[in-house]
Design a binder for this molecule. Sequence first.
Ligand code: URA
Length: 234
Amino acid sequence: MRLDKYLTTLGIGSRTQVKELIRHGKVKVNNIIIKKPELHIDENADKVTYNDINLEYNKFYYYMLNKPVGVLSAVSDNNCRTVIDLLDVRQKKGLFPVGRLDKDTEGLLLITNDGELSHNLLSPGKHVNKTYYVELNGDLIESDIETFASGIDIGEKNLTKPAVLKIGANANTAFITITEGKYHQVKRMFKAIGLNVAYLKRISMGPLILDEKLKPGEYRELTNNEVELLTKHK
Ligand code: URA
């Protein structure tokens, strides 16, 4: 992207204003004063400063991680590796996981520094769908589908909200879609029908679907399209 366009996109000023700022030597790219508004920069890699203030700090980052088993969904921890520790990115400060997966759960975890987006995805009123693939220590039966749809007593004040259960090719596997995020919710729902979860993997959250190319522990930046889908998701 052109340097002047980048600065206007960030709200530094109009195209004419930012051209002036650049010509007056107020803007540096990778610590070098640049006086050419038409210079092309890589907005994901180059460090751009205006009056020596790093403009990246205003930027939002979005990563899709395939969380591996054994890693905590937290920013930092004294004893255990966290999902943030897995990231090898230049701007780590301010990043946090959107919601939590258990230490022994695998799969889709969004990591960002966008607090508003996170709030929108997690707030109970929004009912964002979350789909998990699950392997159990016993077989499901057809009537479990109705049981999950009607709501289950997991020891909370209210029954769980209707969940969609799809039994897999093997009856000890399933896909379950829930709209809440109670502590250990999926495990507790299966426990309530007498089954233990042996393996749990989140495969989607709202419009965001885990990229199959990501192996556990791998991550990538969201595409612009994915970010747009998430921000528009109501
Ligand atoms: N439900 C669970 O029981 N564990 C998770 O990690 C996510 C949902």
